[in-house]
Design a protein around this ligand. Structure first.
Ligand code: SF4
Length: 355
């Protein structure tokens, strides 16, 4: 990816992460600005051109950093579900992505004050357990080479009482596994007190607290042809499946997300073959759970997406109900019924979640 420029908020200039990112992009021109919104929210931006060569905006988030999970997303039965958005926008360009409708810009905003995010979580943890999705308005895994933020989140979460983080990704890179393993081993080395009797030789399978108990790696899968046509820049189906397999083999809690499913031509054959392929390896039955979701979006965002760049996925005649655009009940019901029956042939129905 070629970046067009780095904008740096004056107050972000002194943060170590700003320096790290500027070093990584040493060939890219920089400009200092007063506030990230002066650039990110400017009128008349060309979203598609910016996606091809985005600017990076380094900023400090002084507003809200952690949000209750009230959006149309799956909480997997966790009472205290939150999400955070430390990066606005994504390196990838999925044609159905809600970010196309939500943001006026295709540029990336990276909030460099990650320690403030961690302090917010620590405050919440004083009140109750926290289940936190750390990669909601972006793909943090795909951005790791630029930001290094995942590694920071991993170190923060490792071995923490009552914190479970979810990393959802369409990136197929396997280097994250080594990172998780190293941090987990390190945590265990420095904390013998949490090991359970009888599991001394294998602390991780004995549920000793480490990153492997604090993290769910959620790998999103779509049929291969769908990925190639609509999920531009993301990892291939094979790479993502390989990542999920490696994660399971390493003892990492692994979730599969078939999200969003679309009523493509020959739906049952296309999605059925994908599910067969995923579970052709019996080890895949050891996954934590499965999430199945569909395209559902605020209707105003859909309008903006249609104006920005028309795609067959946004041109579809969605039903609008209470300000939300989505599939009609019959189409959605048919897709979900098929996925439930198909998946139930391989895993227990009580670990299949629909949103
Ligand atoms: S990977 Fe996720 S956040 Fe990134 S463009 Fe695709 S749908 Fe949007």
């Amino acid at each position: 990816m070629k970046f067009s420029k780095i904008y740096i908020e004056n107050k972000a200039a002194s943060y170590p992460l700003t320096e790290e990112i500027v070093d990584r992009l040493s060939e890219v021109e920089t400009e200092y600005i007063t506030h990230y919104k002066d650039v990110f929210d400017a009128a008349g931006q060309d979203f598609s051109a910016q996606k091809a060569s985005p600017a990076v905006i380094l900023a400090v988030n002084e507003g809200r950093r952690i949000y209750p999970g009230a959006r149309p997303c799956q909480d997997f039965g966790h009472e205290h579900f939150y999400y955070t958005s430390q990066v606005k926008n994504c390196l990838y360009d999925c044609e159905y992505c809600f970010l196309r409708g939500m943001y006026p810009s295709g540029n990336l905003v990276i909030f460099v004050n990650y320690e403030d995010y961690f302090a917010d979580i620590d405050e919440l943890l004083k009140e109750h357990p926290v289940y936190l999705s750390i990669s909601y308005d972006t793909d943090l895994h795909g951005l790791e080479g630029l930001t290094g933020l995942l590694d920071k989140w991993f170190h923060f979460a490792a071995g923490k009482d009552n914190l479970l983080i979810e990393l959802r990704t369409k990136c197929g890179s396997g280097s994250v596994i080594r990172n998780i393993e190293e941090i987990s081993e390190n945590t265990l080395k420095h904390s013998n007190s949490n090991t359970f009797p009888g599991f001394a030789s294998n602390k991780i399978s004995g549920h000793a607290k480490c990153l492997k108990t604090n993290l769910v790696l959620a790998v999103t899968l779509s049929p291969d042809a769908f990925i190639r046509r609509f999920e531009h820049g993301t990892g291939s189906f094979d790479a993502r499946l390989a990542l999920a397999k490696k994660a399971l083999a390493a003892g990492i809690r692994t979730r599969l997300c078939f999200d969003p499913v679309f009523p493509v031509k020959d739906f049952e054959n296309v999605y059925g073959s994908m599910v067969d392929e995923v579970f052709s390896d019996p080890a895949m039955r050891g996954i934590e759970d499965v999430s199945v979701g569909s395209f559902r979006i605020i209707s105003g965002y859909l309008k903006r997406m249609r104006r920005t760049a028309l795609s067959p996925l946004t041109a579809y005649p969605y039903e609008i109900k209470n300000g939300m655009a989505g599939f009609d009940d019959e189409t959605l019901g048919n897709m979900y019924k098929f996925m439930k029956n198909k998946l139930s042939g391989f895993i227990k129905p009580d670990i299949i979640f629909f949103s």
